[in-house]
Design a protein around this ligand. Structure first.
Ligand code: C5P
Length: 235
């Protein structure tokens, strides 16, 4: 499979057209950004970790009933995926209070939630991915009602699977961001990635942060944390 024209370059990935109809190539970069790109840096090996972690988890999620855009691994930092029409909504699922949720509600990070909280954000770099209410995606025409219901169902299913999978590897899934898209036949599939860039992952015993918060908050040991997550996830 050959990469062709660059279709899109994001903060952490490049997406290329390919010589196979309907398929694209995603190249994961080591570039890291936070706070809507006001903080920029590089995390050595991050592209490899995020690519390999996503390529490992997506087939397992498929077995658990969550269709994904993943097709095949092409190399250490590249994978083939189905081209999708992306739904411009980021879905955050929270199991434990942290980050912007903890700040908004004046909670200490680490307070468990009685049931998973789902939040929708509008995918817009200019606006900084603002939080929107549950019915905004339908009212704005970003997703049909049935599509949004399916996105919600698949987000909870994926969250459930990942909580268990990661707990078996002594990792606590605090929160995670999902993105979805539509295949040409209209079916909803999980897109983007699952990685320490897009989730909060704490060591189950020590509560040590093993995710992008180490970069965001200048905690040090960023590369080691990413490598450690990959090693545990692949075990
Ligand atoms: O910052 P906040 O607490 O809202 O983030 C919730 C979760 O969503 C975190 O795991 C964070 O890494 C992820 N996230 C993301 N992309 C964004 C915003 C949040 O992957 N644009």
């Amino acid at each position: 499979m050959q990469k062709q024209k660059l279709k899109y370059e994001g903060k952490a990935k490049r997406v290329f057209e390919s010589d196979r109809p309907g398929l694209a190539v995603i190249e994961y970069k080591d570039d890291a950004t936070a706070f809507n790109a006001r903080k920029k840096g590089t995390v050595k090996g991050k592209g490899r970790v995020n690519n390999l972690m996503t390529a490992h988890l997506y087939p397992l999620l498929e077995q658990a009933g969550v269709p994904t855009h993943f097709v095949e691994l092409l190399g250490e930092t590249e994978q083939a995926v189905h081209m999708l029409s992306i739904v411009p909504v980021e879905v955050i699922v929270r199991n434990v209070a942290a980050g912007s949720f903890a700040a908004r509600l004046g909670l200490n990070e680490g307070v468990p939630l009685d049931s998973p909280v789902i939040e929708y954000c509008y995918k817009s770099d200019e606006l900084g991915d603002p939080l929107v209410s549950d019915n905004t995606p339908v009212a704005m025409g970003w997703a049909e009602p049935g599509v949004l219901a399916e996105i919600r169902r698949l987000s909870l299913l994926a969250n459930d699977f990942l909580i268990g999978y990661l707990a078996d590897r002594d990792i606590r899934l605090i929160d995670i961001k999902f993105e979805f898209g539509l295949l040409p036949d209209g079916s909803v599939v999980l897109a983007d990635e699952i990685s320490p860039d897009t989730s909060r992952l704490w060591d189950a015993a020590s509560a040590e942060k093993l995710d992008k918060d180490r970069f965001r908050r200048d905690l040090g040991g960023v590369e080691d944390a990413y490598q450690q997550i990959l090693t545990r996830v692949l075990t």
